[in-house]
Design a protein around this ligand. Structure first.
Ligand code: RP5
Length: 167
């Protein structure tokens, strides 16, 4: 039987996929079942509305939404769904230095939060989604603790190598 998908990754265009794949890779590493799709606030508004209004009924716990330029997708989804939404600003072909994407996702009005990560920060979006899922899942909590230990060990190793290199 297929595992219930707990995280939904959506993006405005297939051109966002190379960035958004990083969130998917993180979820795979943590063993969290997810779905991934293209949902555009501007080009497929009906699909966006249907997705945002039904995701919680399908067992989804967190939504990661990425978009570039006039990046309305995360905010529009957040205006409809009761689920937490993590927004990933993307430096897309129609983006001016990425600032338009960042500000479109970050500057939400009071009452409709979007947890905005850094420009192209899909990896952190995946980690944050895993941390939200881990609130009620001890296995995922353990994997996140191990991930942090690995990160620390990697930096400590590089630090030691640098100090021993004579530089
Ligand atoms: C946004 O416009 C998408 O999220 C994408 O980042 C950007 C460009 O889309 P394409 O023209 O590459 O399809 O809506």
């Amino acid at each position: 039987m297929e595992k219930t998908r707990r995280v939904s990754i959506v993006m405005g265009s297939d051109s966002d996929l190379p960035t958004m794949k990083q969130a998917a890779e993180i979820l795979e590493n943590f063993g969290i079942a997810y779905e991934i799709d293209i949902v555009s606030a501007h080009r497929t508004p009906d699909k966006m509305f249907h997705f945002a209004s039904t995701a919680h009924q399908r067992g989804i716990e967190v939504i990661i939404a990425g978009a570039g330029g006039a990046a309305h997708l995360p905010g529009m989804i957040a205006s409809i769904t009761p689920l937490p939404v993590i927004g990933v600003p993307i430096k897309s072909s129609n983006s001016i230095d990425g600032w338009d994407s960042v500000l479109s996702i970050l500057q939400m009005p009071a009452g409709v939060p979007v947890a905005t990560v850094a420009l192209n920060g899909a990896k952190n979006a995946g980690i944050l989604a895993a941390q939200i899922v881990s609130i009620k899942d001890q296995n995922i909590r353990q994997r996140i603790l191990e991930f942090k230990e690995q990160m620390k060990a990697s930096v400590m190793k590089k630090s030691e190598e640098l100090r021993n290199s004579g530089n």
